[in-house]
Ligand binder design. Structure first.
Ligand code: ADP
Ligand code: ADP
Length: 237
């Protein structure tokens, strides 16, 4: 059963550029899907639609738990079950690793005022997430004192703190060297598999897509040009 799907989804930005051509994609529960495509292919736009950050020009995004995410209420519920990881981790450098991870709880609150102070329970959840990405010894260090690869792992912990059932990652390894990129993807993949998360991860490296994906969705100029098993990926896609 699809946990998340698009139905005739397309996006044309206000400058008239069609970033996504109509697509209908279904993402099954527990599946690790790689969105593969060059820069400008539409990967980010698709991921942003899947989280309700970009409004489709046509079509819709359906969550099995929340329905059509067109309403603010459904979007809120959907975001609560969805973790996001970005290329630029968007950490706050002068805050500790722990505080950055706690910021992943924002989706649960209606305003900044209700954020403070963090409860013991929230801190326990944050430390558990930090432990899972191997950074427990760094929990009280400032985020800007960590290496690029460690900072991305903080981003993973921040996405995990809300114990999501869906993980969306937009080029999570684009700014890392190949060895660090492989380590991070290995970590994300193993967490998704052990927690049974539905993962949709955009990448531009074919070798990583082949290695980690259960299924590859290839995008080019906003169109889905491939959707299948990694072994079936041809040069044409
Ligand atoms: P990718 O993530 O694969 O690099 P994007 O989804 O970011 O692709 O972009 C797809 C296309 O849409 C690109 O041509 C990009 O320049 C364009 N685009 C992205 N965001 C906007 C925007 N806010 N306004 C207009 N065009 C945009
Ligand atoms: P909100 O605080 O209402 O969630 P957002 O910044 O998340 O606002 O959403 C931006 C806009 O995009 C909103 O006006 C919302 O109506 C629209 N939007 C986002 N996703 C969808 C969707 N799947 N279908 C229809 N509208 C959407």
């Amino acid at each position: 059963p699809a946990q998340l799907q698009t139905e005739q989804l397309s996006v044309t930005y206000s400058n008239g550029h069609q970033a996504l051509q109509p697509n209908s994609l279904a993402f099954a529960q527990g599946e690790f899907v790689v969105l593969l495509g060059a820069s400008g292919a539409g990967k980010s736009t698709l991921l942003r639609c899947l989280n309700g950050l970009v409004k489709p020009s046509q079509g819709k995004v359906l969550s099995s738990a929340c329905g059509d995410i067109a309403t603010a209420e459904a979007r809120r519920a959907h975001r609560r079950q969805t973790g996001m990881i970005f290329q630029q981790h968007h950490l706050i450098g002068r805050l500790s690793v722990l505080d950055n991870v706690l910021l992943g709880r924002i989706g649960y609150h209606n305003s900044w005022r209700t954020l403070l102070p963090w409860s013991k329970d929230e801190k326990r959840m944050a430390l558990a997430a930090i432990d899972r990405v191997g950074l427990l010894d760094y929990a009280l260090q400032r985020a800007d004192q960590l290496s690029g690869g460690q900072q991305q792992r903080v981003g993973v912990a921040r996405a995990l703190i809300q114990q999501p059932s869906i993980l969306l990652a937009d080029e999570p390894v684009a700014s890392l060297d190949p060895a660090t990129a492989e380590q991070l993807l290995t970590l994300i993949h193993s967490i998704c598999k052990s927690d049974g998360l539905t993962a949709i991860v955009s990448l531009h490296q074919v070798n990583f897509a082949r290695r980690f994906a259960d299924r590859i969705v290839g995008l080019r100029s906003g169109a889905v040009v491939f959707d299948g098993l990694p072994g079936a990926l041809t040069e044409a896609a």
